[in-house]
Write a protein that binds this ligand. Structure first.
Ligand code: SAH
Length: 230
């Protein structure tokens, strides 16, 4: 069974969106993965299909109702559905390449996209939602975060990336940021490609790339080398 993504959102028309083009779009067309965007509002209450209400305890904004979200989740995934249930949330576990690999190796994901101030805490507990964040900033909704997560997963699915190897050397894969890339022309605005890269000496090239990856990681992301500096 190919990787299956189910998205619960108030804006299903946003999907597949950017995931419908290029690498992920081609893979979608080939059936290497599937996406189903379901409208939470179909489970809204009353004539106006209300999905949110004012926060208990007061304060600004609106909160997605637990009963509405639970109905949407239950309609999308039965109790035997093996897929992890994620809630995109700035409070969540930070999305990492390691977690992306784990998800991509599994059957797929069910993703709840929050809106407004967020969702009623009880549905997170009651439906076992795992909160996932794509970074320390606040988006207006979970949809773009869900797309980022899916894009990262889909490119790792078997046969999606042009060359299998191109995943292995990338940023984060060896715990390091990636080395710099160059291509033609050999000289541009007075800047030349480093000699070693045109030397044909593969051992020297591998050493240079490893050193550059280490240098860049030390400069930009020392926390990757020593998590206590994070
Ligand atoms: N009041 C909330 C933010 C709500 S933003 C708080 O302070 O934590 C509205 C929705 O956008 C969230 O429910 C979540 O689904 C999504 N979202 C916002 N920022 C995100 C992030 N960094 N990562 C993942 N999802 C995010």
């Amino acid at each position: 069974m190919p990787f299956a993504a189910t998205i619960l959102t108030l804006y299903p028309e946003m999907f597949p969106g950017p995931l419908g083009v290029s690498l992920s779009g081609d893979a979608l067309g080939r059936g290497a993965w599937s996406i189903e965007a379901r409208d939470i509002r179909e489970h809204g209450l009353g004539r106006h299909r209300a999905v949110d209400d004012t926060p208990a305890g007061g304060g600004p904004g609106m909160v997605l109702r637990c009963d509405v979200l639970a109905a949407a989740i239950d309609a999308a995934a039965g109790p035997d559905d093996p897929r992890p249930r994620l809630l995109m949330s700035p409070r969540g576990r930070p999305l990492t390449q390691g977690f992306v690999r784990e998800l991509a190796a599994g059957p797929g994901v069910l993703i709840v996209c929050g809106r407004f101030e967020g969702v009623d805490e009880r549905v997170i507990e009651g439906r076992g939602l795992r909160e996932v964040s794509i970074g320390d900033y606040v988006l207006s909704g979970g949809e773009i975060a869900a797309m980022a997560l899916l894009d990262a997963c889909v490119r790792l699915l078997p046969g999606v990336m042009g060359r299998e190897a191109s995943g292995a050397e990338e940023s984060f894969e060896g715990g390091l940021l990636e080395y710099p890339h160059y291509t033609r022309p050999r000289e541009w605005e007075g800047r030349a490609i480093p000699d070693v890269l045109t030397s044909g000496n593969h051992a020297a090239i591998a050493r240079w790339r490893r050193d550059e990856a280490l240098r860049l990681t030390r400069e930009r992301r020392p926390d990757l080398l020593d998590p206590s500096k994070g």
